[in-house]
Write a protein that binds this ligand. Structure first.
Ligand SMILES: NC(=O)c1ccc[n+]([C@@H]2O[C@H](COP(=O)([O-])OP(=O)(O)OC[C@H]3O[C@@H](n4cnc5c(N)ncnc54)[C@H](OP(=O)(O)O)[C@@H]3O)[C@@H](O)[C@H]2O)c1
Length: 225
């Protein structure tokens, strides 16, 4: 992998340098990590990001997970991508609070639910995850700024969000995200697929912080104002 722009490193960087290259500039820090084709698709044939990502993206994906204190993910993405428990705590964001099948029965504390008081599966989520792991952050909607504060108060200052498109859009619209980390894979897929954002329009400038390249794949860090 080589550095095209930004970062202290010049030229080639090894896999061992990635943790340093992707270190948050400050804490607390909330970054969202996404992958897209050159024609702007967030998924390929399978309807999942797994059908568009590649080895370079996987290296960064794994590094970001390794250095994060906590992973935040929209319930839609957890369902579609078939999320299972990992050693880092996963916080699902959902208006309904339904815990996806593969995340049930995880070790206590490894799966949390951020939801609202009106959620129809609230009691079930509490029974499955434990009262302390169900964060009620609003009556009808999930207050994402309150989510960030709650996670930081739990000692999780390096927050990684893995999407999906609606959650990315909402985090940006509510001014809660510090960084978008996005891989552009050198492919075109056409068809009808989601982009990395979805939902009502927003128009937010980004500042390019770092740009890496490997085998034609561009890996960027963009800061939100
Ligand atoms: N290319 C990439 O990097 C990437 C990354 C992630 C996902 N994806 C793809 O994106 C697709 C999924 O898109 P999506 O838009 O459905 O993903 P999403 O944003 O994860 O899912 C939407 C669902 O997540 C919950 N949610 C999201 N934002 C919320 C908010 N602000 N407050 C409360 N709940 C919120 C809601 O769940 P409830 O319905 O439970 O209330 C909502 O229905 C899949 O095809 C997936 O493979 C691609």
């Amino acid at each position: 992998m080589r550095v095209l722009m930004g970062a202290a490193h010049d030229g080639l960087v090894g896999d061992d340098d990635l943790a340093e290259l992707y270190a948050p500039p400050a804490t607390p820090w909330l970054r969202v990590n996404m992958v897209s084709t050159v024609d702007g698709s967030a998924t390929g044939d399978s309807g999942r990001s797994g059908s568009i990502n590649n080895a370079a993206d996987k290296k960064v994906f794994d590094t970001l997970r390794r250095i994060a204190d906590v992973i935040v993910v929209g319930a839609g993405t957890a369902r579609t991508e078939g999320y299972g428990p990992v050693s880092t705590p996963i916080v699902l964001v959902s208006r309904h609070a339904e815990v996806p099948e593969k995340l049930r029965g995880a070790e206590p504390g490894l799966v949390l639910m951020a939801t609202c008081a009106q959620a129809d599966h609230l009691d079930e989520a509490r029974a499955l995850l434990g009262d302390d792991q169900v964060l009620v952050l609003g009556s009808h909607r999930v207050d994402l700024a309150a989510l960030r504060t709650t996670l930081v108060d739990r000692g999780w200052g390096n927050i990684l969000c893995e999407g999906g498109p609606h959650l990315l859009r909402d985090l940006v619209a509510q001014g809660v995200a510090d960084e978008l980390t996005c891989t552009l894979v050198p492919r075109l897929v056409a068809g009808t697929h989601p982009r990395i954002t979805d939902g009502p329009p927003i128009d937010v400038p980004l500042t390019l912080h770092t740009l890496l390249e490997e085998d034609g794949t561009l890996l960027g860090r963009w800061l939100l104002a």
